[in-house]
Write a protein that binds this ligand. Structure first.
Ligand SMILES: [Zn+2]
Length: 146
C-alpha cells in the first residue's frame, strides 16, 4: 500500500479556482441580500463554527437547514442558499483557536488507498488528545512508532 499522507486540511481556495467572492455573490443574490459581501469580518454578530470533514474545513448553516459549504480563509463569511431557510443574513465563520494544532494532528493520518481522506475529521469541542488517541488505536492507521 502506498503510504501517502494528507498534505493540508483544505479550505475553499485550495479546491476551487473561482474566487470565493463570486460564489458568495451567487448565494447572496439567491437570498435577496442587497448589501455587499463584508471582508473577513468581526462586525457580524451571527456566527457558525467550522469543522473538519474528510480533510476539509466545512461550515453548516446554523439555521438547521443542512446547507453546507467549504469554509473560506479569504472571506470568513457564510450565506445560506436555501430559500426557505430562516437565516437571511451574512454569518461569520469561526475557526477554532487551536486550528494549527488540530491540523497538525490530522495531517499525521494517511490517505485511504482510494485517495479519500479518511479519518481526518474534527468537530467543535473535540480535544487534541482525542485526535491523538484515535490515531494510536485505529487498526487501519499506522501507529506513531511504525
Ligand atoms: Zn440555512
Amino acid at each position: 500500500m502506498v503510504n501517502r499522507f494528507l498534505d493540508k486540511i483544505e479550505v475553499y481556495e485550495d479546491l476551487f479556482p473561482q474566487d470565493i467572492k463570486v460564489f458568495i455573490n451567487s448565494r447572496r443574490i439567491a437570498k435577496g441580500l442587497r448589501t455587499s459581501i463584508p471582508a473577513v469580518s468581526t462586525s457580524l454578530t451571527k456566527t457558525t463554527r467550522a469543522f473538519i470533514n474528510h480533510g476539509r474545513w466545512i461550515v453548516e448553516c446554523p439555521g438547521g437547514c443542512t446547507d453546507a459549504v467549504m469554509a473560506s480563509d479569504k472571506y470568513r463569511v457564510f450565506v445560506c442558499s436555501l430559500p426557505m431557510c430562516v437565516e437571511k443574513e451574512y454569518i461569520r465563520i469561526l475557526f477554532p483557536a487551536q486550528r494549527v494544532s488540530i491540523e497538525v494532528e490530522l495531517l499525521k493520518r494517511p490517505l485511504h488507498a482510494s485517495g479519500m481522506k479518511l479519518h481526518a475529521n474534527w468537530v467543535f469541542g473535540e480535544s487534541l488528545q482525542n485526535l491523538r488517541d484515535e490515531l494510536a488505536i485505529s487498526d487501519n492507521l499506522p501507529r506513531a512508532t511504525d
